[in-house]
Structure formats: structure tokens, C-alpha cells
Design a protein around this ligand. Structure first.
Ligand code: AGP
Length: 609
């Protein structure tokens, strides 16, 4: 986790770096710091807590200079504190780091024996000391960084400056994300695209094992060993306003409301003109290959794993191929039965989640093919997969995933239909019906979002509650899990998701007047059974919040609060039912006064295993 930013150019570095860090704060917000080089001297300001603390500090102790680096931290080694905040310094070298250095204790021991003194508990400080150590021998900044990073084991993305090299910025990467932005006589480096979007859309995505050297007018990319690497500049289509709050109180609320647009964008260009087939050339798998698979794994973490659970329903139903869903952190440790007849589908918003990336590599090592559903272009997961279905959600800044989730569900729907048609398990007529339903989705989501005010009103009642239960059946069970996760993440209220039919096998013991139970009850083949489950809750005094497209008297009678949603086919209903759950969590959290966009202990992109 953590976010790093570097700048070399003609603007005041502190302004550029601060702005970049603001856009990366979703990656961690335990502490922050900036160093700039001015008149041959590097000055640093660091502060515990959020970036706003650093900003306050900079008002009284400003930093000058047109070369600078900055960091926003998510603590791994060493508690959140000023001493552990980056940048870290040794001699004339200052470093920011994202990742984990696994052999830092061993390296630290060696350096301590050589007289180095450490000021923090972090693994990252070792990098500055190593560079300093090698520079004393070679008197060559570039060579010192090169030698130092070759000694590191683990994951890193770093940016380094030196007080003896006022016209040089060096960055390197292995295992953690790093993007370069190219402007007019200026360069940017950052952990993620939004950090630079207001300055440039021309970006270079560094590969693992590469290093970039910049002065104000030129950039050179090499391998860590020094071999030249061709620079490939890509122009990003995201625009800066996509990463702004746009008048909303929180990014999360903005992102919830962006879903009709995000979903329309994810569908766009992926349906044939006569609307009876799906176009997914980006899979890079031909019909023979798609027909040749006999098993599919879907692997992901957190919210993306919930999308995977819905994906199983869609793919097994339409493509009639067995699908297993795995939590990425478990997948690689259980010797999965991957062969060349297996397709592994990895799902990740960020494309940088370490567990998911490790699972992808495990599938490759076992000879399987991998396709990704990803939101962030050119992320590690996207680049290491044979094919990528990009969700066009745009930057998701709120730590709690919303639009990334529903666009993943759309991508899974498109994939299931495409696979079904290719494997001839889905007829053209059926595909056409489903595509027509899909095209109504953005409008129905707009309608669903009109529930916002009613949900806000209802949410007020639940701010003193300690536990919540979420129930759903079939493809709504993963939505119950997702609803519970959203509430836990941002309101800190304990919540559990359960298959509604399983409640009587245990969780029913929890039900009393204090326990709100959210029941997802769309009209489908289990609708009446779900109403029976609601009756069971009511009979024991539980309070029911129902989400349904039905107005039937038995559902309304069993509900204390009922949110009425538009009707759509069963396959797409999880996308609609997700919306009231997102809004409910959001408003409860706002009433409780928690930090909705940056909830405690979390980070948007989890790049540690
Ligand atoms: C979502 O609200 C969470 N913050 C988290 O569970 C997230 O979905 C998970 O860390 C996976 O991230 P990814 O999709 O970027 O791989």
C-alpha cells in the first residue's frame, strides 16, 4: 500500500506533490511527508495522521524547490508516527517507498555494523542507507541506487533524490505499481494515474525490474541491471474531473451516483449492432480456446470476490461450465487443479492487489490461461493476463468499492453471455433478450438512485445499532455479503451476510428486537421462500428492511422499512439491489460521523500479502 509521488520540472514541487498525494490518500493515510531540494539542500516535512496535518505544518514551514518527492503511508512495519513517516534519509539521499522489503532486518544488521544509525522502525529506511552506503564507494548516484535495489527482496516502488544531484530524480519498481507522467520540461512519478491527471495524460507504465532516471528535459528507462528499455508512452483517456468530488460530500457518494454512467461506459462498444451478441475481442482467446476449457476458476479478494460469486451463477447458467470461486489469498496455498484446460478469471478493481496477483501467477505456473476483469489500465494484473475486460468505472477513490463492483458484475454478465454463445449453450434469441434487458440497466439504476433521500431518512434509526444481518438467496446471497462488508467498512458496525435459507440453521439465534435484518427479496423463483424467512425474523421481534421489486402485501406486512426497486431480469438484479445497500451503509456512516472515504485501518489498494 502507501502512495508515492515524485516531481522534477519548473513548478514548485511541493504543490505538485501535495496535490498528487491528495489523490493517492486512498492508498493509506497513517502519516505523510514531503522532501524538496532547494539550493543544494533537501528539506523534509513529515506529519502523523492524514495529509491535512502535513498541509497545516507546511503553512508554517514551507518547502521550496522544483524537485521533490512525497509519501502517504499505510503502516506495515512500525506504528503510524512521525518517525516512521517517509521520506527517509541517510546522508544526502532521501527516499520514498511503497511495498515491503522482506530482507530488511538482515540488511539493517549489516549496515548497523558499518556504523549506520536508523531513526525509524520501518523496512523502508534501509533503502536510503543502502544507497548512501554504495554511493560512498562509487560516488555515482545512479550506480548506487542500482546496486542498492538489486539487494532488495520483496516489493518496492521507490523515488529517490540526492542533495548532490539537484537535477536528478530516480525511480525504480519491482512488485509495486509505479507510473511516470511526461509533461513539457517536467516529469512526474506516482503510484497511480490520478496523482498526475491534472498535469498530463501521457504516461509510461514501468515494468517490474525497471528503473527510470530523469532530469527536467529527458528520461531514460533501464532494467535494474542497466540494460536500455524502450520508452512506450500511452495517452490515458481518464480526465482530471473524473478524480474530483464534483459537488458531492464524499467520493463514495459521487461514485454511487456515477453508476449509471459507469455501467453504460462498460457496456459501450461491446454489443453487436443488431444487439444479439457480445464483442469481447480483448479476451484474446479464440472460439477454439474458449470451447476447449473444461473448468473455470474465478479468483479475487473482498468486494471483487463477491462479484466473483455472482459470476459463478452467470457463467454456469449460460455457458454450462463448472466454475469454482476462490479467495485469492487461499488459492495459491491449496494446490488448485489448474491445467491447460483451465481458465482462471481474476477480478480486481486496482489490478494491484498482491493476493490476486500471486493467484494469477500461480495459475500461470500451473499452465493455465488467465483473463482479468480490471478497472485500472496497465495495472500489474492487467499486464500479466492474457486478456483483460476493462470495467470503465473511471477512478474509484472512496476506499469502499461501489461503482467498481457493479461494473465488475456487468463485465461478468458480458463474459458469461459471450462464453455461452461461443460454446453454443446460449441461443441467439435468449442472448438478444438478455442484451435488451442489459440496455435498460443504466436507466433503472437512475430510478433506483432516487431512493437516496428515503434511505437517508431510514438510516438515521440505525446509528446506535451494534449488529446487522443481511439475507439473500441465490445470486442475492453474494449481495448480502457485499452489503454487510460495506456497512462494516465504513460505519464500523458488525454485520454478517447469510443465505436466507441457512438462517434457521444457526443465525436465527441472534434475532431479537435490537437486530436489524436487511432482506434482499426480488421477485424470482425463491421470492416466497424469502418472505417465509422474513416471517421467521418478524416472529422473533427482528426489524426488517426489505429491498424488492414486489409490492405484494405479505412482503410489505413483514417489512418495517421497504425499499422498492425497479424490475429487471434475475441475472441483472444483483446490480440493482446493490444500490440501496450502498446508500444505506453510506448514510449510516455519515450519521455516525465516521470517515467515509478513508475508513480506519483500510487502504484502497492492498499490495501486501
Ligand atoms: C472494497 O470495499 C474493499 N475496500 C476491498 O474489499 C477490495 O474490494 C479488495 O481489497 C480487493 O481490491 P481489488 O478489487 O482492487 O483487487
Amino acid at each position: 500500500m502507501c502512495g508515492i509521488v515524485g516531481y522534477i520540472g519548473e513548478q514548485q514541487a511541493v504543490d505538485v506533490v501535495l496535490e498528487g498525494l491528495r489523490r493517492l490518500e486512498y492508498r493509506g493515510y497513517d502519516s505523510a511527508g514531503i522532501s524538496t531540494l532547494n539550493n543544494g539542500q533537501i528539506d523534509t516535512q513529515r506529519a502523523k495522521g492524514k495529509l491535512s496535518n502535513l498541509e497545516q505544518q507546511l503553512k508554517t514551514s514551507p518547502l521550496l524547490g522544483t524537485l521533490g518527492i512525497g509519501h502517504t503511508r499505510w503502516a506495515t512495519h512500525g506504528k503510524p508516527s512521525k518517525a516512521n513517516a517517509h521520506p527517509h534519509r541517510s546522508g544526502g539521499f532521501v527516499v520514498v517507498h511503497n511495498g515491503i522489503i522482506e530482507n530488511y532486518l538482515q540488511l539493517k544488521q549489516q549496515l548497523v555494523e558499518c556504523g549506520h544509525h536508523f531513526n525509524s522502525e520501518t523496512d523502508s529506511e534501509i533503502i536510503a542507507h543502502l544507497i548512501d552506503y554504495h554511493f560512498k564507494k562509487s560516488q555515482d548516484f545512479e550506480q548506487a541506487v542500482r546496486t542498492a535495489v538489486q539487494q532488495l527482496r520483496g516489493a518496492f516502488a521507490i523515488a529517490v533524490i540526492s542533495d548532490q544531484h539537484p537535477d536528478q530524480l530516480i525511480a525504480a519498481k519491482a512488485g509495486s505499481p509505479l507510473v511516470i507522467g511526461q509533461g513539457q520540461s517536467e516529469y512526474f512519478v506516482a503510484s497511480d494515474i490520478p496523482a498526475m491527471l491534472s498535469h498530463t495524460r501521457d504516461m509510461v507504465f514501468l515494468n517490474d525490474g525497471e528503473m527510470a532516471l530523469f532530469n527536467r528535459t529527458a528520461m531514460q528507462i533501464t532494467t535494474l541491471e542497466g540494460a536500455a528499455v524502450e520508452t512506450k508512452i500511452k495517452t490515458i483517456t481518464w480526465n482530471p474531473t473524473m478524480a474530483e468530488k464534483g459537488g458531492y460530500r464524499h467520493f463514495m457518494l459521487k461514485e454511487i451516483h456515477e453508476q449509471p454512467r459507469a455501467i453504460a461506459d462498460t457496456i459501450a462498444g461491446r454489443i453487436t449492432e443488431n444487439k444479439n451478441a457480445i464483442l469481447l475481442n480483448e479476451l484474446n482467446l479464440n472460439a477454439d480456446e474458449l470451447n476447449g476449457f473444461d473448468r473455470l476458476y474465478i479468483v479475487a479478494c473482498g468486494t471483487s470476490w463477491h462479484a466473483a460469486l455472482v459470476g459463478k451463477f452467470l457463467i454456469e447458467k449460460h455457458a454450462r461450465i463448472p466454475v469454482e470461486v476462490d479467495i485469492a489469498s487461499e488459492f495459491r496455498y491449496r494446490q488448485p487443479l489448474v491445467s491447460d484446460k483451465t481458465l482462471t478469471l481474476v477480478i480486481s478493481q486496482s489490478g494491484e492487489t498482491a493476493d490476486t496477483l500471486a493467484a494469477l501467477r500461480e495459475a500461470h505456473e500451473r499452465g493455465g490461461k488467465v483473463v482479468a476483469i480490471c478497472n485500472v489500465v496497465e495495472s500489474s494484473i492487467a499486464r500479466e493476463s492474457e486478456g483483460v475486460i476493462y470495467t470503465h468505472a473511471g477512478p474509484e477513490i472512496g476506499v469502499a468499492s461501489t461503482k467498481a463492483f457493479t461494473t465488475q458484475l456487468v463485465a461478468l454478465f458480458l463474459f458469461a453471455l459471450h462464453l455461452g454463445q461461443t460454446r453454443q449453450t446460449l441461443t441467439t434469441i435468449k442472448a438478444q433478450q438478455l442484451i435488451n434487458e442489459l440496455l435498460t440497466l443504466p436507466r433503472k439504476l437512475e430510478e433506483t438512485l432516487e431512493l437516496d433521500a428515503i434511505i437517508e431518512q431510514a438510516a438515521r434509526k440505525f446509528i446506535h445499532v451494534h449488529d446487522f444481518l443481511y439475507l439473500g438467496r441465490g445470486n442475492q446471497y453474494p449481495i448480502a455479503l457485499e452489503g454487510a462488508l460495506k456497512l462494516k467498512e465504513i460505519s464500523y458496525i458488525h454485520a454478517e451476510g447469510y443465505p436466507a435459507g441457512e438462517m434457521k440453521h444457526g443465525p436465527i439465534a441472534l434475532i431479537d428486537e435490537e437486530l436489524p435484518v436487511v432482506v434482499i427479496a426480488p421477485v424470482n423463483k425463491t421470492h416466497e421462500k424469502v418472505i417465509s424467512n422474513m416471517e421467521e425474523v418478524r416472529a422473533r421481534g427482528g426489524q426488517i428492511i426489505s429491498i424488492s421489486d414486489s409490492n405484494c402485501p405479505s412482503l410489505l406486512a413483514a417489512s418495517n422499512v421497504a425499499f422498492h426497486i425497479p424490475t429487471i431480469c434475475d441475472d441483472l438484479m444483483p446490480i440493482i439491489t446493490s444500490i440501496p445497500l450502498q446508500l444505506l451503509s453510506y448514510h449510516i456512516a455519515v450519521f455516525k460521523g465516521t470517515d467515509v472515504d478513508q475508513p480506519r485501518n483500510l487502504a484502497k489498494s492492498v499490495t501486501v500479502e
